[in-house]
Each structure stands twice: as C-alpha cells, then as structure tokens.
Design a binder for this molecule. Structure first.
Ligand SMILES: Cc1cc2nc3c(=O)[nH]c(=O)nc-3n(C[C@H](O)[C@H](O)[C@H](O)COP(=O)(O)O)c2cc1C
Length: 196
C-alpha cells in the first residue's frame, strides 16, 4: 500500500534552485508507487510565526494553517529538502515547521540537502537532524547531499552529469530506508496509540 509522504521545501527566492531537488524526490517517490505531495512553503505563504497552530482556539486558525495541519497529521512520513544559508537552515522552511509541534510527532523523516557548492548543504542537513528529533520525528540515517545543485539537476529536475549520477545511485537506498521506517511506524500506529 502506498505511503502518504509530504516533501517539504522552503526557499522563497525568485531564482531558487532547490525546487529541482524537491521535484526530483517527488517524481522518484511517485515512481516507487508512493502517494506524495510537495509542500512548498513559498506557495502556501504562511506569515512569520505569531501563534502556533495549537495556540488558536479550535476552528479559528487561518485556513492555510488548518489545511497544512490536516496534511501533516494524516501523513505517514516526511522528506525535508533543505538548502543552506550562511551555514544555517533556510528561514522559510523553518518558519513553516515551527508553526506546528504535536502534528509532527511519531513519524519518520528523511533529510535531503543541497547547495551551490560541493558542501551540498551538509551543515543545514546536520542542523535539521536535531530540529526534527526535537519535533518528535524519527530521522532516518540515509540522507541525500546534492551539490553543486546546478550541475546535478536540470531545471525540470532531471539528473545531469556526474553529480546527477551520484544522486541517482544514492536515491534508492534513501527511499528504501524511509519506506522501511514508514512501514514500521504505520504498523505500530495500527497496534498501539502513541502515549501522548
Ligand atoms: C543568503 C544566502 C546564503 C548562502 N549561504 C550558503 C552557505 O552557507 N553554504 C553554501 O553551501 N551555500 C550558500 N549559499 C548558496 C546556496 O547554496 C545557493 O544559492 C542555493 O541555490 C540556495 O537554495 P535556493 O536556490 O533553493 O534558495 C547561500 C545563498 C544565499 C542566498
């Protein structure tokens, strides 16, 4: 049975490049039969965090938050596609993520990072591990690191050259690892309600 997977991406730049990797992952997971949706923070356009979703009285949260909360709660797993700004995480994705807490709990998450250079977003990849763990997700150990992003993927998310081949070799293990933990979590959810 298909797993419901959200692929989250959060650059707001006009000339953003990471959407290539997000599109590649969405297409790759769909090709494996998964039920995948891209959550593009820029397209959703949440305001800078004021009240968290849970701080609104039931039924009074802005429609975009309500809709996103529903999608997060009903997902089986998440993929965070992260670029790197000044050795840190991208604020758009972090802002989207911080609107929620319990909605993320008890599901696996995988991290795919990229950047303009050969570091491939490795520092933000590392930072997201701690953040996602704090938010109650089980971060799988397989990861993707893509760089330089412009040399690895075309504008329509197709692998290019040596960097693209490297990504294609890494993707199956990444997807297998996430699928294994997603199945494990789904099985556990079906037999036991999370303690909180
Ligand atoms: C404000 C800013 C800071 C950046 N800092 C880093 C960095 O610390 N490390 C890095 O490898 N690339 C850095 N870059 C280059 C990005 O990796 C590259 O622009 C990438 O395409 C950004 O992702 P996006 O296009 O999806 O927004 C930075 C780019 C910007 C705009």
């Amino acid at each position: 049975m298909a797993h419901r997977i959200l692929v989250l991406y959060g650059s707001y730049r006009s000339d953003r490049m990471g959407i290539r990797l997000a599109d590649y992952i969405v297409a790759g997971l769909k090709a494996r039969g998964e039920d995948v949706e891209l959550i593009d923070a820029k397209a959703i356009g949440l305001p800078m965090l004021d009240r968290m979703y849970k701080e609104y009285a039931p039924g009074s949260a802005p429609q975009a938050l309500e809709e996103l909360a529903r999608k997060i709660r009903s997902a089986d797993a998440f993929v965070f596609v992260t670029g790197e700004y000044n050795w840190g995480v991208q604020p758009g994705l972090k802002n989207l993520t911080d609107h929620f807490l319990e909605e993320w709990f008890w599901r696996p998450a995988a991290i795919a990072s990229y950047s303009a250079g050969r570091i491939a977003g490795g520092r933000s990849n590392f930072l997201w591990h701690g953040t996602l763990s704090e938010m109650g997700m089980n971060v799988v150990s397989s990861t993707l690191t893509v760089g330089p992003i412009s040399e690895a993927l075309s504008a329509d998310g197709k692998p290019l050259g040596e960097a693209g081949k490297f990504l294609e070799r890494a993707f199956p293990r990444f997807a297998d690892d996430l699928a294994w933990w997603t199945e494990a979590a789904k099985m556990q959810h079906s037999r036991k309600k999370p303690p909180y």
